[in-house]
Design a protein around this ligand. Structure first.
Ligand SMILES: Nc1ncnc2c1ncn2[C@@H]1O[C@H](COP(=O)(O)OP(=O)(O)OP(=O)(O)O)[C@@H](O)[C@H]1O
Length: 826
């Protein structure tokens, strides 16, 4: 047997004789038909498997040498004669192709991809087999990989429509009577749901499960009566419903009463304020003879925010039944002169924010601090933020200096001669109980235990006792965040474009359940803008909103100015609180929100620390926290003193890594589906379809901005401040809240703006936006044609970004930085 025969039969398994028989019998691949001259002749059927892009479907007679044949070739038969062979079809089957063919004249040489064939002139020539064209993986054996003409059909149709529209417009411009195509209802439909087109985004959020660290608020039924405190103080505490000690109070008050330095850590809302307030009041009332105003400041309590200063001052006022003990407060934004007068008169317990306190220490001569025998640093972790460590360090240094000076002040020694004898007698008394004591007791309180706290403790207290409210059995790990277990912690994963109406829906839901809600936002500008937007356009709605529909979209923006009768649609009080507000307004807002039975407080982190609004039952973090501690403190505004509450953080898909990060701190969140909130928009908009209702709300906001230039400006500034905030995220969280990953176009939509991010930037900088305001999300704008376009702002908005606003700190003295050298005032 020749090698050729062997190869053929072994590899192809189709004998040439059989192929001939097949063709003769009009088998699969041959047929008899009339040729061009009208004679019956044998035709070769074009084999589909050979058809790729450029194959022309032409039937070729086999015996016509000058006509191309794709499927036959010459080869020696068993007897050694050259004969035409039918190529086994399977060879071209991409799956089973064996790239092996033996050229006729080179029987012993294997060629993988070349075969002989007659060319157009009838000569045998070597041809290249187009094997690779059959490569596409999923092509079926009998499939022809030709162009798919319908694939881009939609694009072509759209292009055609566009061209037609343009042509029609041109004709119309030339004065011809042409009907311009109107946006169809179908068009409306697509646009209406386009806000939800992202839903196809594959999203899988894994809710971590685990055991969080639990700290009990009330451990045992230990009462205040078990403490060795004055009976009047005790009865007063009971009168205001403080009879059982909280865990941290039970552990720390006895230690504080001994006069030692203490570092206290316990979770938010566990009653740390009373843990130092009760011992201070009790110590001061125990001094005999009674302390006078002239004795000066005995205790200073430093707190991070103005609201917290007011709140703490209020608590001292409540528990202090001893009329001769005077409590006062100093905080940024207040009238300095009034404060000076207050200090001059004499105060025993002074609650203050660090900036203003330092200001008075350095500049108010009437304010003597040499008598201070107790320093409390409440919310110490927050005090360390934003470089305020410097102020604290300076305050401590000044206090130390004042003590040393007083020791060497002969006049003071003379004045206090009689009392000094008294000191020797009561040398064992704790510092706070002894007016002439030269030592000072320092107390540090915090909900977290950070490295900074440890450093501050080392600096302010030479020796101290550490009190932790956790059970002795639980190991204290600084990495673990302890959050009251009565707070249900959730996240809501939203598409960026959905953020605004999801928040709106949440507020509507909370209004229905009579909740008291904190909504945390990144910047003061955001708070201002959302406050106005919601107050004007969410709480109030057009009376006939349900009927105002075109196609499937509720048209709230197409109403005539005169006819837009509105009604209160959501029964809710919305408050705004941030650091750039006037102090009087700020005070009023805080007091009103505390007193309100239900309501929403839109706020910056100014409200994140220490604020105690007992009925607050829900915390919303609309923008992520700047640090993990901020997360803890924000959540800590609810679930206070063992009460239950809930917290929801808004996260985008790009930010979902934050869930895992919290997990590392032993904080486990569960998911809250946005749909649970969105359904509330249906009632509000009188629209059955949730997506349509949400779209209608978004459109209401957008059109409001279109009409209301002031609000539009606020929106631009709010977006701009957000983008700066997001772009300068603290390093620790930057990989999660990553500006580079943020879709700014979508974020602009989440501020109800239809500008591009670049244009918003220009508007904020006061530059003229030359282009017609561009629609960011064309899909959203169904009312493009029937709505007057907003004229480009002429001259731009001249207001410059007030960077002072953005950096205004709660710790500051509240005074504008002055270049003049400050003189010491009397
Ligand atoms: N012994 C007590 N019995 C009942 N309620 C208490 C008791 N002690 C404090 N509370 C209440 O608990 C709430 C939280 O107290 P406080 O503000 O002192 O907590 P905190 O630990 O300082 O919180 P944060 O760390 O957030 O500042 C307040 O409403 C307070 O009235």
């Amino acid at each position: 047997m020749s090698s050729f025969e062997f190869n053929w039969s072994a590899n192809k398994k189709i004998e040439p004789a059989k192929v001939f028989a097949k063709r003769k019998n009009n088998g699969n691949n041959a047929k008899i038909a009339l040729n061009n001259a009208g004679n019956k002749t044998d035709f070769q059927k074009p084999v589909k498997q050979f058809k790729h892009k450029n194959v022309v479907e032409k039937e070729t007679p086999i015996n016509k040498p000058n006509v191309q044949s794709t499927n036959t070739f010459l080869k020696r038969n068993n007897k050694g004669h050259k004969k035409e062979f039918q190529k086994p079809v399977e060879q071209f089957n991409h799956k089973n192709v064996v790239d092996k063919e033996t050229p006729i004249n080179k029987p012993n040489v294997q060629s993988t991809n070349i075969f002989l064939k007659r060319n157009n002139e009838g000569h045998k020539k070597e041809f290249q087999k187009p094997v690779r064209q059959f490569q596409p993986r999923n092509i079926q054996d009998n499939e022809t990989p030709v162009d798919k003409p319908y694939e881009n059909l939609n694009i072509l149709i759209k292009r055609k429509q566009k061209k037609d529209k343009l042509a029609a417009k041109n004709l119309a411009n030339e004065g011809n009577d042409v009907l311009l195509p109107k946006p169809t209802t179908n068009n409306n439909k697509t646009t209406q749901h386009s806000l939800f087109s992202d839903r196809s985004k594959n999203m899988f959020v894994k809710c971590p499960k685990g055991v969080s660290v639990v700290e009990k608020v009330f451990s045992a039924d230990k009462k205040f009566s078990s403490l060795n405190i004055h009976k009047h103080l005790l009865s007063n505490l009971e009168k205001i419903n403080f009879s059982t000690l909280t865990n941290v109070q039970e552990k720390s008050i006895p230690v504080v009463l001994t006069g030692k330095n203490v570092l206290i850590r316990s979770q938010t809302g566990s009653g740390k304020t009373l843990a130092y307030a009760v011992p201070i009041v009790d110590a001061l009332q125990s001094i005999t003879p009674r302390i006078q105003r002239t004795n000066g400041v005995q205790a200073i309590v430093v707190v991070p925010t103005r609201e917290l200063a007011l709140q703490t001052h209020e608590l001292f006022g409540k528990i202090n039944t001893f009329q001769w003990i005077v409590v006062g407060h100093l905080c940024g934004g207040e009238n300095r002169k009034t404060e000076k007068i207050r200090l001059k008169k004499g105060v025993h317990i002074l609650v203050a924010t660090p900036g203003r306190l330092l200001d008075h220490i350095l500049h108010t001569t009437a304010f003597a601090i040499d008598s201070v025998r107790c320093l409390v640093l409440d919310e110490a972790d927050r005090l360390l933020d934003m470089g305020f460590k410097k102020d604290i360090v300076k305050i401590v240094e000044e206090l130390d200096k004042a003590k040393v000076n007083s020791e060497y002040n002969p006049l003071a020694m003379l004045n206090k001669k009689t009392e000094q004898t008294h000191v020797e007698e009561d040398a064992d008394l704790p510092a706070l109980k002894n007016v002439n004591s030269k030592s000072r007791q320092t107390l540090l309180l915090s909900a977290t235990l950070t490295k900074g706290i440890a450093e501050l403790a080392d600096f302010t207290m030479k020796q101290h006792i550490y009190v932790d409210a956790l059970d002795e059995s639980s190991t204290v790990n600084p990495e673990h965040m302890v959050i009251p277990n009565t707070v249900k912690q959730e996240f809501v994963m939203t598409y960026v474009k959905h953020r605004l109406f999801t928040l709106s829906a949440l507020l509507v839901a909370k209004a229905k359940s009579n909740s008291k809600v904190f909504v945390f936002m990144a910047t003061a500008q955001m708070v201002e803008y959302h406050h106005e937007l919601f107050t004007k356009y969410l709480l109030k709605m057009p009376v006939n909103r349900g009927k105002l529909k075109s196609g499937d979209v509720v048209l709230l923006d197409n109403m005539d100015e005169g006819s837009d009768e509105e009604e209160v649609a959501v029964d809710l009080n919305i408050f705004a609180l941030h650091g750039s507000m006037d102090q009087n307004v700020r005070k009023e807002v805080f007091t009103s929100f505390r007193a309100a039975k239900k309501g929403v407080l839109l706020c910056t982190d100014v409200a994140a620390r220490g604020l105690d609004v007992p009925a607050a039952d829900c915390i919303v973090q609309y923008t992520g926290p700047s640090s993990d501690e901020d997360y803890l403190h924000r959540v800590g505004r609810t679930g206070r003193a063992g009460k239950s509450g809930s917290s929801i953080i808004f996260l985008t898909h790009e930010e979902q890594e934050y869930i895992t990060r919290l997990q590392d701190h032993k904080v486990f969140l569960s998911e809250h589906k946005p749909d649970d909130f969105l359904k509330h928009l249906c009632d509000l908009m009188e629209e059955e379809d949730q997506e349509k209702a949400a779209t209608a709300v978004q459109r209401r906001y957008e059109s409001a901005l279109n009409k209301d230039q002031e609000l539009f400006k606020k929106a631009c500034f709010a977006y701009s401040s957000w983008s700066r905030f997001y772009n300068t995220y603290p390093t620790k969280l930057r990989s999660i809240f990553d500006f580079k990953k943020a879709n700014l176009g979508h974020y602009v939509t989440s501020f109800a703006l239809r500008e591009t991010p670049t244009n918003v930037g220009k508007i904020v900088r006061g530059q003229v936006v030359k282009k017609e305001p561009q629609r960011l999300n064309r899909k959203l704008a169904t009312h493009d044609d029937d709505q007057p376009k907003r004229p480009p702002p002429t001259g731009g908005f001249k207001r410059k970004i007030n960077s002072v606003c953005l950096t205004t700190s709660e710790f500051g003295s509240g005074l504008a930085p002055s270049k003049k050298k400050k003189k010491k005032s009397a």
